[in-house]
Design a protein around this ligand. Sequence first.
Ligand code: SAH
Length: 254
Amino acid sequence: MTGRLAVVGLGPGDACYLTPEAQEALAGADTLYGYGPYLDRVPARAGQNRHPSDNREERARAAAALRHAAQGASVAVVSGGDPGVFAMAAAVCEEIEAGPEAWRTLDLAIVPGITAMLAVAARIGAPLGHDFCALSLSDNLKPWELVERRLDAAASAGFVIALYNPVSRARPWQLGTAIERLRRHLPQSTPVIFGRAVGRPDECVSVATLEAADAQIADMATLVIVGSRETRVVTRPGRPPLVYTPRAVAEVSA
Ligand code: SAH
């Protein structure tokens, strides 16, 4: 008997963001693995085992889930947002590549979810309406110098930039340094969106200019979107502003 491993995206928070496919994958699993707070979002089901683990133990968690599935179990590993965006799907692929041959024949399904940048963008308008890129500011898995090189390249190439993992307790300075860096390339009026805990009860979304953007307001649950030269803010009486990036660019700016 061969087991099954589903790597399931839970979306940004509220259960309304869970896709029917993800619900089905979770309901069909005998055992769930994941970061504790993400597992807490999955409704309990009698007879289903749970293995919560720490946020930083992604490879060990992936290996444990694969071992379990290889024994014939139906296992689901959960991720917030989409499992393929700075999350468990890549950790599972890394383990399959490095692990025993039998893991390659497992029935593996990656079940997508709504990633944080899409949830934040939808709250404020359409900041990702033209070309954009996503970067993790965490330098746990890459040197900070590479982050800076990518920020320079992305801003000077005109991409809107979604910043995941802007800060953590162990990484307090990265976002401030990144904002400083981006000020070298972009107009001070460039819109910067801070989307915190989007899709959860404590959600908070705000917009600042690059000049006024304060890294201190971001925490681990915040996604930051830095606009391009084209990104616009439309004020609306009695309603929050709309931030959007037009679909067309007429000419190459200097
Ligand atoms: N796989 C996840 C991202 C994991 S990296 C996804 O697709 O969304 C963790 C980072 O995602 C956080 O530091 C934060 O930048 C962002 N994030 C996750 N959930 C969020 C939410 N509900 N609101 C805002 N940002 C969120």
